[in-house]
Design a protein around this ligand. Sequence first.
Ligand code: FEO
Ligand code: CA
Ligand code: CA
Ligand code: CA
Length: 628
Amino acid sequence: MDRKPFHRLSADAWDEVNNPRPETSDFDRVVEAALSRRGFLGGVLAFGSGAAAMGTGLLSGGSAMAQEASRFGFTPIAAQTDHTVHVPEGYDWDVLVAWGDPIHEGVAEFDPESGVTLENSDKVFGENTDGMELFSFDGHQILAVNQEYVNPEVNLPGAPEGVPQNEGHVTKLQNMQGVTVVELAEGDDGWHVVKDSRFNRRIHHRTPMKIAGPAAGSDLLKTEADPTGTESLGTFNNCGSGRTPWGTYLTCEENFNSYFGSTDKEMALPEGYDRYGIGLDGWGYEYHVHDPRFDVSKNPNEPHRAGYVVEIDPTDPGAVPVKRTALGRIKHENAEVALAPDGRVVVYMGDDERGEYMYRFVSDGTYTPGGSGAGLLDEGTLYAAKFNEDGTGEWLELSEEATGMARDEIHVFTRMAASAVGATTMDRPEWIAVNPLAVEAYCCLTNNKNRGVKPNAGGDETPVGGPNPREANHYGQIVRWRPEGDDHAADGFAWDLYVMAGNPTVHDDAYGGSENVNAGNLFNSPDGMQIDSAGIVWIQTDGEDSNEGDFAGMGNNQMLAGDPVTGEIVRFLTGPKGSEVTGLTWSADRRTMFVGIQHPDAPFPDGEGSLPRSAIVAVKRGDNAQIG
Ligand code: FEO
Ligand code: CA
Ligand code: CA
Ligand code: CA
């Protein structure tokens, strides 16, 4: 493959460069398939007692929306194409923290021209902010936030095209990623990081971790440095997040494959590498050249120690993060926790790659409110989702019997286990969110140019149908399901589509989107998602922001608010050009909403003369009322 240099590319942009979209598609067939699916969806809506209310706003929701007053207390904003953040009238935003800001006293401020020094690189807010959760503990507000990846070019201004030249360069990149934990406080001039807080810490690519659960101690996880297979270094490509009822943070390892490479270009790829996209070249971070741990010719099991959900106690800066292998090894987007009526812990998870799967973990033990979570994420059952055409679905257990795999293999090569049981290949499952006011969950299926075009990396077909109704889907959709018996631990569910993104100003077929998409709320590629305490679905996008052609009128990436009952969706916030809006959490009093802005193009937020910086912004109402 003709690989182009990494430069400043997001994972999606990198993939677009190196695996460009197919140019041909049979348009007539596309339209026919999607339209028939659309008719079918009309029939899906009649399930459960709440189905009528749930369904009216869906693909036929226009009339219901017109009749009911909007529940949103703001005037939706127009699409934007500029280099800053916009929020509705009556709201304000301010920068909380940006890449390179010190998180401890005595650390030098960010240099707008040269960025961060190697010495300070593990003492500042990392790069490319993503999933985050705010915890209240003992009168403190503690933010745990992911730093997904780095743009080597801006972090290594002395290295040609950002290609690391030495061990120090690699160490700096490793330090700038992972997770940041910081205490926050609100003063007269807004929110700030409490730099002398004992909770502040950086967790990065070299931080000691424990490995727990069914794969811990497996031969597949043993390395020369760790013959026990239970202790590793670093958490990688931390994308989405989650939180447990017992007050811990879940950080999710997504494109972990990007950091590994080989100095031996002739070596045969070990089993399982292909399916996870682990190759000999890496994605340009060049760790393997300067740090043998990432050289798969020397440490072929090291990649098996990444791709997990990692649990962190934000209240104990000395606590060792734990990789929970019971939750499977995939390119984890986020981890959304729900409780079953009997107290078992349910974790919903998406694997963000074209044609990969959605997963669910159900604990063996039960959680008692106020009690401990010890062991709950280590012992349980892992499932993959199967969606039927008739609007039903089921969770398929990834048992040894059903997969023909040993227990440790299931938790290291989880994708193959899901393939073995015939789960449904999905259009890139991103964030999953559970509605706190109804027993239902939503998953953003961001887009999939390969839908109906080619199989996934495991050779599983990706037919058009079910919750993935459009060939070469470049707009994305949100699938929603309600478990049988109002029990997230039940194996059966009913599903429908909450929204199909599209562009009705360009297309009059299924690519025009569902009826709750209109000229005033155009968007593509739903990705981040949270449902707030009032049941509003907050949708963040990570898509094409050219504002041209099929994407005309969509503007920059954005955050929208959706009503789960009527289906109404309105635009709340727009990000600077080039950025992705990702990560959302609230202050304890729900008067501030924290929103992540990742990889802006231009010098946001400091203006001309500064490097562009990923940042978290704090959004408030002018009257300081609650917003979530
Ligand atoms: Fe890091 Fe799938 O988003
Ligand atoms: Ca991203
Ligand atoms: Ca994402
Ligand atoms: Ca994305």
